[in-house]
Design a protein around this ligand. Sequence first.
Ligand SMILES: Nc1nc2c(c(=O)[nH]1)N[C@H]1C(S)=C(S)[C@@H](COP(=O)(O)O)O[C@H]1N2
Ligand SMILES: [Mo]
Length: 210
Amino acid sequence: MKEAYIAAKERWARKQSGLAKPTVRSSDRLPPGQRQVENFPVLDLGVKPEVAPDRWQLKIGGHVENPVTLSWDAFLALPQSKDVSDFHCVTTWSQFDMAWEGVSFFTLTDLVRPKDSATHVFFKSYDGYSTNNPLDVMMDDDVLIAHSWNGAPLPREHGGPARVIVPKRYAWKGAKWIREITFLDRDILGFWEVRGYSNTADPWTDDRFS
Ligand SMILES: Nc1nc2c(c(=O)[nH]1)N[C@H]1C(S)=C(S)[C@@H](COP(=O)(O)O)O[C@H]1N2
Ligand SMILES: [Mo]
């Protein structure tokens, strides 16, 4: 875990500095059972919460040295990152080359400093949704809290003001309308994970249901 984390952070640092070579993408980018789409479907629980920036807060706490509650301005004042990644939804659509901009998960962990006891991360959203990931899945160079998509503010239906993007997992592992990020010393299942979706959610192994 430590070595993988250091390697990921080095890749991330190269991206941040602008020195990373553009990612060479394999021609074989479609995970098993997926089809490529050009549109961006909307999936939610039937509510698209309207969160005005002056009311928006992101609370980050749990097993960390420095818990914080970020206002919208404080969130935007953090170092910003851009990245391009593919997006895989468990309902079998994938969209390639999604351009995200926001705050890298590494930037947030540098700020809150997870304790050694932190092994998992739990996410809560303004619509009541939740999801969970192991900390080592989050500690990757392509994971970010995005406020922009393809050069424009993230539309509300896609999770604006800000959503979590975890490209190497099915999209339900990325919480839209993110409100709270909690570092834990154990795993707690999220909304879909308690309803039979896979807890690991790896698109490359067709890992959809538990
Ligand atoms: N807050 C919240 N986040 C969520 C969801 C949701 O219902 N509420 N749905 C998840 C699911 S199942 C998917 S596939 C993606 C869909 O993102 P999109 O609507 O931007 O395509 O968001 C994920 N994050
Ligand atoms: Mo989904």
